[in-house]
Design a protein around this ligand. Structure first.
Ligand SMILES: *Cc1c(COP(=O)(O)O)cnc(C)c1O
Length: 468
């Protein structure tokens, strides 16, 4: 057959888009969207034919040019288009704050409040009592003051924004003293020295990588000093022959020299989790030292939405609220809605531990983990009797650049197949309709149940149904 003859057999768009075949799609996505998908498919077919060698053209299956075949292809891409680029996945890695997997899952009440506030209008910047303009900065003020003892708070887009704003408002044109052991990089391009430069402050490094004494800060103070800053080394630990200045020491030095002290604490832990092996600073204790300003993330150990929270002395926070960057870094109503419900849980530590997923996952007992693992193992065996399934111990982690040396003793279901490689199993699960992210350890596929919700157990078993 001549190429031109084959090309002539490609149906016209109008012939393919018959009302009876596409009425639902027209209604749902709109005629223009369906037409543009159809054009893409038909153009693709034309390009394919033009690229065929003469020999391939000889064997070309013209059935692929039938109206019904092409209509099916269009329906397939319309269906694929319904899956959003951002969608839920199941985290079976046992890492609680996985930065790649969206960090903290929100508590149910936060989710409900986001839905309620975002569906309609809200009093985001409106004082309902007075009938005039209000400020979004007031929304969490009272609650945060009650929970942390800070004089004032401010919430911005994330902790990187918070660092930028704090340094710009408090130390632009001045020196900020930081220990050489704390010049951290928090993934990607967030490096303390770089952000310092962006903010217009000058970094004044003191001490050495492994040892910095209070006197090192004191000696660095001069007429250009704008602040002393401590950065929590969230994602690494310096071990061995080490020394660092405690927050108390810095606060005392700051008071003596009338220089403000800033603490980038990172994880935003609001409760004491020492009983669970987590020796991390927490927000109320850090503020209790009398420090001027602390800043932390909303979606790490606090367990809320992505945000940066700045808490401390009123005179500094007021200045930040008026800073030109404040508008650029402000958060929207959905963040406030989620944050308020999350923070309310902290009025009672027991309620926080029960309702905030991140805290619940950290504190889940071995007994509960074992029960969940047994239930998952049973479901997998029922779903696919060909797989080898057993229960093993697992090292779970906090993750998200928090507490790198802490391993939580966890329980996992280990799966292998006699026919499919473990890598192949891992890939199949990742590509499932609801992707399941598991990890390979010693050539077994491990499902750590600490980060898996009870309602997700069936989905994991279903994802393993088809594998050999
Ligand atoms: C995580 C972290 C940051 C960055 O916080 P984001 O909310 O991710 O912007 C900054 N400083 C420290 C110490 C951190 O742990």
């Amino acid at each position: 057959m001549k190429r031109n003859e084959v090309l002539r057999q490609i149906p016209k768009i109008d012939e393919v888009l018959k009302e009876h075949l596409f009425s639902n799609a027209f209604e749902k996505s709109g005629r223009d969207v369906v037409t543009s998908m159809a054009r893409k498919v038909i153009d693709g077919v034309r390009a394919e034919i033009l690229a065929l060698s003469d020999d391939e053209l000889e064997h070309y299956d013209v059935k692929k040019l039938s109206i019904s075949y092409i209509a099916d292809e269009i329906k397939d891409i319309l269906e694929a288009d319904e899956v959003n680029h951002l969608h839920g996945i199941i985290n079976a890695t046992g890492t609680i704050l996985h930065t790649n997997l969206g960090r903290a899952p929100l508590c149910e009440d936060a989710v409900r409040n986001v839905e309620m506030v975002s569906r309609g209008y809200s009093n985001l910047e409106y004082d309902v009592k007075l009938g005039n303009r209000g400020s979004r900065h007031d929304i969490l003020q009272e609650l945060m003051v009650e929970l942390t003892g800070a004089e004032d708070v401010m919430i911005v887009n994330n902790n990187a924004s918070a660092t930028m704003l704090v340094l710009s408002a408090m130390a632009e044109g001045h020196e900020v003293v930081v220990s050489r052991g704390e010049l951290v990089e928090i993934g990607g391009a967030f490096r303390i020295p770089d952000i310092m430069e962006q903010s217009g402050a000058t970094l004044h490094e003191v001490g050495t990588t492994n040892k910095t004494k209070p006197s090192d800060y004191e000696k660095a103070i001069n007429e250009k000093t704008g602040a002393l800053m401590k950065v929590h080394t969230s994602n690494y630990k310096i071990m061995g022959f080490t020394e660092e200045a405690e927050l108390d020491d810095l606060v005392a030095i700051g008071k003596e020299h009338d220089i403000p002290v800033i603490f980038d604490m990172g994880n935003g832990l609001m409760v004491n989790l020492a009983d669970y092996g987590l020796d991390e600073p927490n927000v109320p204790a850090s503020l209790g030292t009398g420090i001027d300003v602390i800043l932390f993330s909303g979606d790490k150990l606090l367990g809320g939405p992505q945000a940066g929270i700045i808490a401390g002395k009123r005179k500094f926070i007021e200045k930040m609220k008026k800073h030109p960057l404040a508008r650029a870094l402000r958060v929207d109503k959905m963040t406030f809605a989620a944050m308020e419900e999350t923070l309310k849980k902290y009025r009672d530590t027991k309620v926080a531990m029960r309702d905030i997923p991140v805290l619940r996952m950290i504190t889940t007992t071995h007994e509960v983990l074992l029960e969940r693992a047994e239930s998952l193992a049973d479901k997998i065996r029922t779903s696919n009797s060909k797989l080898n399934v057993k229960i093993v111990d697992a090292d779970d982690q906090i993750g998200g650049g928090s507490a790198p040396m802490v391993f939580l003793p966890g329980v996992a279901v280990a799966v292998t197949s006699d026919k499919t490689t473990t890598k192949g199993l891992e890939r199949t699960l990742r590509k499932h309709e609801i992707p399941v992210i598991a990890r390979i350890h010693e050539d077994e596929l491990l499902f750590s149940v600490r980060t898996v919700l009870d309602r997700e157990l069936d989905d994991i078993a279903a994802a393993l149904r088809e594998v050999e």
